[in-house]
Design a protein around this ligand. Structure first.
Ligand SMILES: Cc1ncc(COP(=O)(O)O)c(C=O)c1O
Length: 390
């Protein structure tokens, strides 16, 4: 049997935004979609089977959340991330961004300043701005081809009275998996200045072989009390359309506040397909995931090596995890505002526009490599051809 990740599955006309939404988003239908962060892979077969069996039952009434779903979550984080989560800490939301929003509503006031680290996942801006919070930017800095946090500036920000931060760990789009030492340095500041951290750890299972994710809240009991974490099986197992995610809130006061906002919004339910898929994935998907991350790392290596040979004007840092690459296009000589449409028109590829990740992203494009290698090879051919015609 060949590698399951090499299999090209036609996703068109399945109501998926990545393939079916390109016309609306880019004004052109026939593009290689390397934007929205989901993968063109089937989840573990056990997950497909479990969902299929439930679908075949044919009655789709209200869901009941069995304790065994939470147990699967707890076992997973204990085994994979060495994180002992107390069952009381766990809540469930229909998505990580929903969770971030709930935490922002529950733990900050309108007008309050909240710090984020661009270039970063665009909804971090949106969640804050749409809820009348003030975005404070603490941009990452590139040091010897590697993005790091600017902790000196961050300390100044905390000193100026900012009390809340949204942390992206691992980091989308730069592909950093923050080391324990880096997170400990951050943790020290957070404790010193009494800052609440809303940690988005949705990418935490997608670290490359040999790279370890450290859950921020697991650094110390003190940090745990100041941290609200969101993670999910959705990115990990490619089941984002099933809307299920976890909130881990060790601080009972924070937990109560977040749950109150959920209640106010009448938001408690998670669809049962998500519960069934998530539980099955956590219980049976470890081996599949190990193969997946090895495949993704090879995809990243492939892009890097081929770009170096065939399109050296494009630069990409080696990621430590995720399946997004942060393409530095500043040497192409194309006005930054036209980059995205250049790739659309001349290469037939849909990337995410870099400036959506904050002003620090101008001149960059984000490339999704969560797809069979043959599609990556096709993209590289198209890029090489487009650049040759420049
Ligand atoms: C950092 C980050 N958080 C959250 C999400 C999406 O989470 P959800 O679909 O569960 O809202 C993504 C998706 O790309 C992401 O990159």
């Amino acid at each position: 049997m060949g590698c399951p990740f090499d299999q090209v599955v036609d996703r068109r006309n399945t109501a998926c935004v990545k393939w079916d939404g390109v016309l609306e988003a880019y004004g052109c239908a026939d593009l290689l979609p390397m934007w929205v962060a989901d993968m063109d892979f089937r989840p573990p077969e056990t997950v497909v089977q479990a969902v299929t069996e439930r679908a075949a039952h044919g009655i789709y009434g209200y869901e009941y959340r069995p304790a065994r779903f939470s147990q699967a979550v707890l076992n997973w984080y204990k085994t994979r991330q060495n994180w002992e989560i107390h069952p009381d800490w766990l809540i469930h939301t229909p998505g990580v961004v929903v969770g971030l929003t709930l935490a922002v509503l529950a733990l900050t006031e309108p007008g309050e300043r909240v710090v984020i680290q661009p270039p970063v996942y665009p909804p971090f801006f949106r969640v804050l701005e749409a809820n009348a919070r003030t975005v404070v930017q603490n941009p990452l800095v590139e040091v010897e081809g590697r993005y790091v946090m600017n902790l000196a500036e961050l300390e100044e920000i905390f000193r100026s009275g900012v009390k809340t931060m949204i942390l992206c760990s691992p980091h989308n789009p730069v592909g950093r998996v923050w080391s324990r030492a880096e997170l400990e340095s951050l943790g020290k500041l957070v404790v010193q200045y009494g800052v609440t951290v809303i940690a988005d750890e949705i990418w935490s299972d997608l670290t490359f072989p040999g790279v370890t994710h450290t859950p921020f809240a697991n650094l110390s009991p003190e940090i745990a009390q100041q941290t609200v974490t969101f993670n999910a099986p959705t990115k990990t197992f490619n089941i984002a359309g099933l809307y299920v995610s976890n909130g881990i809130i060790p601080n009972p006061g924070y937990r109560e506040k977040v749950c109150q906002v959920m209640e106010r919004l009448s938001m408690g339910a998670v669809g049962f397909f998500g519960l069934i898929a998530g539980e099955t994935a956590y219980n049976t998907g470890a081996e599949w995931l190990d193969r997946l991350v090895a495949y993704l790392e090879e995809n990243a290596r492939f892009v890097q090596a081929e770009l170096a040979k065939r399109a050296p004007q494009l630069r990409v840092n080696k990621p430590e995890g995720t399946y997004v690459l942060w393409l530095d296009c500043r040497e192409l000589g194309i006005p930054y505002e036209e980059l995205n449409q250049f790739f659309v028109r001349e290469a037939g590829i849909a990337f995410n526009e870099g400036s959506a990740f904050g002003p620090a992203g101008l001149g960059f494009q984000r490339m999704n490599i969560g797809c069979p290698r043959s599609l990556i090879a096709e993209a590289l051919n198209r890029i090489e051809k487009a650049l040759a015609a420049l």
